[in-house]
Write a protein that binds this ligand. Sequence first.
Ligand SMILES: [Zn+2]
Length: 240
Amino acid sequence: MATAIQRTFIVDCPWCKAKVAASESGRAERSGFDDDAGEPYASKVLVGTCPSCHSILVGETEQIGFEDYDSDQDRWRDVVRIYPKPPKVFSSFRIPKVVKDSLNEADRSLQAGANIAACVMLGRALEALCRDILDSVPESTPTTTPPATTAKPKKKIMLGEGIKKLKDRKVIDDRLYDWSQQLQAFRNLAAHPEDISISRHDAEDLQTFVNAIVEYVYDLAERYEEFKNRVDARAKRKKT
Ligand SMILES: [Zn+2]
């Protein structure tokens, strides 16, 4: 009797802090042809265990090349871990694509052990947040601000200046500002061609801080606004 070949998939183990060949014990797949997009699609979720620490790992991947369609062979994206420690999901639709893309890239970099690249991407996410928020919040906020008539060509806000302005305009508080400054310091180290190393531990902490800032600035602000509108509307109804 032939022994079944043990299938494995390469995925990041958060406990071993390394890419491992997880022994696959189950999978779900789906594929078909998307008539709207006019192209085939396929994705799969893989369940397995780490060969080293034996913890359960779940990853997902999608097909990016289809044999006999647009590629000489089937090609799949690197498996991204979705359990444990799934990538952070945000609720606000206002988060710009460049912020979300940068955070995703940072997460993929971390899972690939590329900590310096992860820091660069985290800095990019925060810089994009600064530009998005500062472009939509007026410079000073007295109640009767006349619209700016002297339209000077706008210069793009850089990270250091951006986080300071976020603090000055009370978009972020002192603590978030401290975290932002740390991130800026690491980002600056990471962006220059110096011989440095950044530990995964530090990069993961910075990722947590940036996620918290994005959540605070977008998700929580939006949620509080909705909450307050409900409370105000109720108070108004009671009065009448
Ligand atoms: Zn492990």
